[in-house]
Design a protein. Structure first.
Length: 189
């Protein structure tokens, strides 16, 4: 069954047809949630919440955007709400980008001969980047995560955020500029 047939089947009462949708998009949702909470356990919980919300609101899916875009919106909103409700910093544990499990889809440093000093420097640099990412506006963070962590094209980010492609480009540019300015100020000290 294709995606639309599965959705129609679920809406007609066949709840088992939702399973293949979960299987198809589970990694996408998990990676999106990881981009905000940087904790595998939290991301797993949020992934479950996203699919519960998607199932409950499936009748509201209007096919104007792709199902994956609709799901991204739910994942982003669920993640942001979780971060807000815990009053925690967004992009906490940016250092998890360098964990060996690589569950978030990020690449490990390629040099297998990293010294303890260079590993410490990498961790310190990650903490610095995390701190500066925390200072970005919510829209800049969302655009940056979708662009850099999920590698989505600007057109899809625009659809997910419900803004123009130009606005997405501007948000990403401002995020990069702010990060570069703030991070470079640490090295001038």
């Amino acid at each position: 069954m294709n995606e639309n047939e599965l959705i129609t089947s679920v809406l007609n009462g066949n709840t088992n047809a939702f399973g293949p949708l979960v299987t198809r998009y589970q990694e996408l949702v998990f990676n999106t949630c990881m981009g905000f909470v940087h904790n595998a356990d939290e991301a797993n919980d949020l992934t479950q919440d996203v699919f519960i919300r998607a199932f409950e609101k499936l009748s509201q899916f209007n096919h104007q955007a792709s199902f994956s875009t609709w799901l991204y919106r739910i994942a982003i909103n669920t993640s942001l709400n979780a971060v807000r409700s815990k009053k925690s910093q967004l992009f906490q544990r940016m250092g998890s980008w360098f964990e060996t499990e690589n569950k978030a889809g990020f690449e490990m440093p390629s040099d297998q001969n990293l010294t303890p000093e260079s590993l410490m420097l990498t961790t310190e640099q990650s903490a610095l980047v995390q701190k500066e990412l925390d200072k970005l506006s919510e829209k800049q963070r969302v655009a940056f995560v979708l662009s850099r962590c999920e590698n989505l094209p600007q057109k899809e980010i625009a659809s997910i955020m419900q803004i123009s492609e130009g606005a997405v480009e501007s948000l990403i540019k401002r995020a990069k500029t702010n990060l570069a300015k703030n991070i470079s100020s640490y090295f001038k000290k």
